[in-house]
Design a protein around this ligand. Structure first.
Ligand code: ADP
Length: 590
């Protein structure tokens, strides 16, 4: 119980009352006169925690005027969980909750009964000023969760008077790795199996293994006969291995690969190319390149634990994952996993080709490729994780329009400075010098295909051609072909001619993207208008924050005659010189 005394004096004697209409607790009042003063005592019995933070007001009034005074109730009570609901998809995934308690409760979480550390991908946010007294509403948010995050989340709330807990389920997605996933990858799965299931599974497995052994024997005999026949004809089988798919005619990427400088001069035929022999090994795709045995490394599915989705690629989703046993000196590493959804024979071949290509390309400004995971579905490629994602998004997030473009409503990041922009450009140029030294034509150089890591390290990160999220950057011609026309020189648009020189043109456009903080080239024009402008010889305008020296470099890349364009080595050296000695630039408009 609580007593509140409102002592009043005045002449004539005032009328006094407590404002009690919103009180939840039971109460009564008592009056006591002491000469000219009056005490009006409010007695709350069995105080309700619902009245916490309630303003109790005493009003007094006589003919000379009114007055009022107020006290605030501060009622301490143990924690109560008002609600905790299962995960629901809002802008992000959220497990909504409301808790009440005074002193303010401390909140922590358990995942499947074990302690759970919040990260930037699974974080808690309280809704400020929820106009609900002392009740705190909030969400346990998940940023792009995967099946690995499925499970039971227990909210534990506590203050010095007591605690409470409640559990909700987060069911975010089915395992994209399918039922072939090793046991234990999905939390809790193994432990829910009954003994009967296990015996039944054992019997099933014995049956499946017998059938599989039979089929494998049959397949081996068949393959042996096939190989003998093919060898007699002096040709290589499609399976024996990937040579035909690497050097297959008519394929765009393959044509680029043909001119990789494997020997001292470009090979004249398949037979005497640097890719002189292939090891038929089911674990690896191998080739001998520049006298080095280059094999696509195979990574075991059980060594990969997916964490969250990072984005959507042309072939399938891209995930952040933890990978064990990648190198002898580190236990686990963060990696980016690109999956191949709904693999058809032709996408499988593209996948394999890209893996072979990526194994060959090794440079500090080309994203590091660790290998493939092909035991089960989906097929996956494993790359080094580049923390800040693709360069186009990074430029926009560090530009003047960051606030408008921001989806996460975090405070805007600082704008990129001129030396930083030059540093970014020089790193991409360095990667391009390397590709040009291999006579490798990229064909799709753009900031969306570069990745940004810790410490502003930038690497060329993508060698595919079609995109989902950046689909407006591509122009569909005749059915399936998508062309990044805004990055292409006139000869590529008109004659589909892609060369080291056409990559230089694209590099000029990349410079323009960097200095406009990620604007789309010719953003004011439709695809057909952009094609008309480029083929007629119109140039992108000088960006507002671009020094003359850099615009001269861009113009050096945009010479109509491919042979007149600057060479990447010179561009790289110019950029390095500018990084060392950045030009003084006054933005007179801003
Ligand atoms: P694809 O080549 O299949 O089209 P992308 O390379 O474009 O796939 O990847 C899609 C998105 O995934 C990128 O825009 C980027 O945000 C993210 N991503 C891809 N690779 C990495 C990586 N190595 N590190 C971090 N994020 C990555």
């Amino acid at each position: 119980s609580l007593n509140f005394t409102c002592q009043v004096t005045g002449s004539p004697t005032p009328d006094v009352r407590w404002r009690t209409q919103n009180l939840t607790s039971q109460f009564y009042t008592q009056e006591q006169f002491w000469g000219s003063t009056l005490d009006l005592v409010l007695i709350l019995t069995n105080v309700s925690s619902m009245d916490n933070l309630h303003n109790l007001t005493c009003e007094a009034e006589n003919q000379a005027g009114p007055q009022e005074k107020m006290v605030q109730l501060d009622i301490e009570f143990p924690v109560k969980i008002i609600y905790l609901r299962n995960a629901e998809q809002q802008h992000h995934w959220c497990i909504p909750f409301a808790v009440d308690g005074n002193p303010e409760p401390e909140i922590s979480w358990l995942y499947n009964g074990a302690s759970f550390t919040l990260t930037r991908y699974a974080y808690m946010q309280l809704i400020p000023d929820s106009l609900d007294g002392s009740v705190k509403h909030g969400c346990l948010f998940f940023n792009k969760p995967t099946h690995v995050n499925n499970g039971f989340y227990t909210l534990v709330a506590r203050n010095r008077l007591g605690g409470a807990n409640a559990t909700a389920e987060g069911m975010f997605m089915n395992n994209p790795f399918g039922p072939s996933d090793p046991e234990g990858l999905i939390p809790g799965e193994a432990s829910t199996k009954s003994e009967m299931d296990v015996t039944e599974n054992l019997e099933n497995r014995v049956f499946v293994v017998s059938v599989a052994v039979g089929l494998a024997l049959f397949a081996c005999t068949f393959l042996l006969i096939l190989l003998v026949v093919i060898n007699k004809c002096g040709r290589h089988s499609k399976f024996g291995i990937h040579r035909s798919s690497v050097l297959g005619t008519g394929d765009d990427l393959a044509v680029s690969l043909r001119f990789l400088n494997f020997g001292t001069s470009p090979p004249s035929s398949d037979e005497d190319s640097g890719l002189s022999s292939f090891v038929e090994n089911p674990q690896y795709f191998c080739g001998i390149i520049k006298d080095k045995d280059m094999c696509v490394q195979h990574i075991k599915r059980q060594d990969i634990v997916l964490k969250w989705e990072l984005g959507e690629g042309a072939f399938g989703k891209v995930y952040l994952a933890e990978c064990a046993n990648l190198s002898p000196d580190t236990d686990k590493m963060l990696v980016a996993i690109k999956t191949l959804k709904d693999a058809t024979e032709s996408t499988r071949q593209d996948f394999q080709r890209e893996a072979e290509l990526l194994t060959v390309l090794q440079h500090q400004h080309i994203v590091r490729f660790y290998g493939v995971c092909t035991d089960g579905e989906p097929l996956a490629m494993v790359f080094e994780y580049m923390r800040h994602g693709d360069l186009n998004r990074f430029l926009r997030a560090h530009g003047p329009d960051a606030r408008i473009l921001d989806e996460s409503h975090t405070p805007p990041l600082g704008q990129l400075t001129l030396p930083q922009m030059l540093q970014i450009a020089a790193q991409i140029a360095s990667g391009m010098v390397y590709l040009a030294s291999l006579h490798f034509v990229h064909r799709d150089l753009a900031t969306r295909n570069c990745l940004v890591g810790e410490g502003l390290v930038v690497k060329i990160g993508d060698f595919g051609m079609s995109r989902d999220i950046y689909s407006t950057d591509y122009y569909r011609v005749g059915g399936r072909t998508m062309l990044p026309i805004r990055w292409m020189p006139p000869e590529s648009i008109m004659y589909r001619k892609f060369t080291t020189e056409s990559d230089i043109w694209s590099f000029g456009v990349v410079l323009w993207e960097i200095f406009t903080y990620g604007k789309q080239p010719w953003y004011q024009l439709s695809n057909s208008e952009a094609i008309e402008c480029i083929t007629q010889g119109r140039e992108l305008e000088r960006p507002r924050t671009c020094p003359k020296e850099i615009y001269l470099l861009m113009q050096g890349c945009w010479q109509r005659e491919p042979q007149q364009r600057m060479v990447i080595k010179d561009i790289h050296s110019r950029l390095l010189a500018l990084v060392k000695n950045p030009p003084v630039y006054l933005d007179i408009l801003g």
